[in-house]
Design a binder for this molecule. Sequence first.
Ligand code: NAD
Length: 461
Amino acid sequence: MITVYNPADGSVVGEAPQMDAAAVRAAVDRTCAAFPVWSRQLARDRSALLRRWFDLVSADRRAFAEIMVKENGKCLSEALGEIDYGLGFIEWYAEEAKRVYGDTIPSHAAGASVLVTKEPVGPTAAITPWNFPFMMICRKIATALAAGCTMIIKPSEETPLTAYKLLDYARQAGIPEGVFEMVTGDPKEIGEIFISDRRIRKISFTGSTAVGKLLASASGATLTRMTLELGGNAPFIVFDDADFDEAVAGAVAAKLRNSGQVCISPNRFYVQDAIYDRFVAAIAEKVWGIEVGDGMREDFVVGPMINQAGVDKVAALVADACDHGARVLTGGKLDALGGLFYEPTVLADMDERAKAAQTEIFGPVLPVYRFTTEEEVISRANNTDYGLVAYAYTRDLGRAFRLSRELEAGMVILNSGSVGTASVPFGGVKESGYGREGSHYGIEEYVDVKYVLMAGLDRRH
Ligand code: NAD
């Protein structure tokens, strides 16, 4: 078995199966065997099962949230928020299942008709990370099932308890074996089994760019379709015409969510000259007032980081930034609680030669850079291999349009620090991956477009 630990105090929370290759292959077989039946079910019936699952989980959201706090460390209010976010995908795709429309195209030949249908791609697989143990699974499985695909999921071995609870509720709702399977064990071995099996027609992966690249290369052998939701290095740009208080609140909320362990977490704050000093002072004051602690409290706290490697990475990046001249305005060290708790940190006067400028920090650190002109900041914001999300605050409409066009990101968020919901397409460009999740675009990842020509229709027999 895999032992699951609470990052807040190191206590054992539970365990999950350490499956060997034979058990994983058996689950893949079930996923493939279930496809012909599931894909032919009426969309309305698939929709009803998703809806029943949504209702069962909704009725027990607190129990899910508590497990998530224990295995992930995020605070209760955030865990409840994640559950609503994740359930939103089940609800959205329960509805969308009934609307996977095709097309007709005016025929190019006499006595013929051209139809375009959307067929589920086949049995699919997914691999998910630990930072959103609930939502990531909902987002993938709900889309796959709505499209008529079956899916096998490998959740993160750091947070498998939320995942298995979701599976349990799916079974209670009537979602059968094979349609939704789950495996845990050796990630590399499971990834290889998924990708080398030609019956698995699509893999959806959310995680680091390093692992995404491994999977993308391996997919060349089988041409398995991929959706890759990978790392980020989000710029957060504040112009001097911005609503100052909104920008401060947006910056701190976006950054400290999940202790900064979020792919869309702002990683580089660019603040324009005229408001720079006032802005860094304001975020330092706000961050200083935020408590660190065990997530079981009802109010917002910054929880522990997921593991020691995460803490070490953040500490090294902060030390390196200081070596490059950054000033620590608040935080900058392990919290007095010890263990995996790191103090929320504001670093001013960042130099782009610091490693933090090109590294996904994945911790509660706000590094602030100064800029002067719009052209300059767009160029600096785009100077990264990543392209998941870019945030900017400005009240100039023309500038807002220019930013939306010129920032190299799958998502541009203007005058808000909040990104996701089920009805919008989530995903990145460059090394943040490809493919989209959420909205009607998300379902396109799980269907093949089929062109059907029906000729000879004008001959009566
Ligand atoms: P990770 O890449 O280490 O792990 C992600 C998943 O991949 C886990 O389930 C892990 O067990 C599995 N895995 C690890 N090695 C594997 C291998 N060789 N073959 C197959 N599977 C393997 O990432 P993580 O540390 O769990 O998550 C953090 C990363 O995920 C960050 O880079 C973050 O930005 C990214 N992320 C991206 C999004 C997004 O939507 N773009 C969302 C959340 C997290």
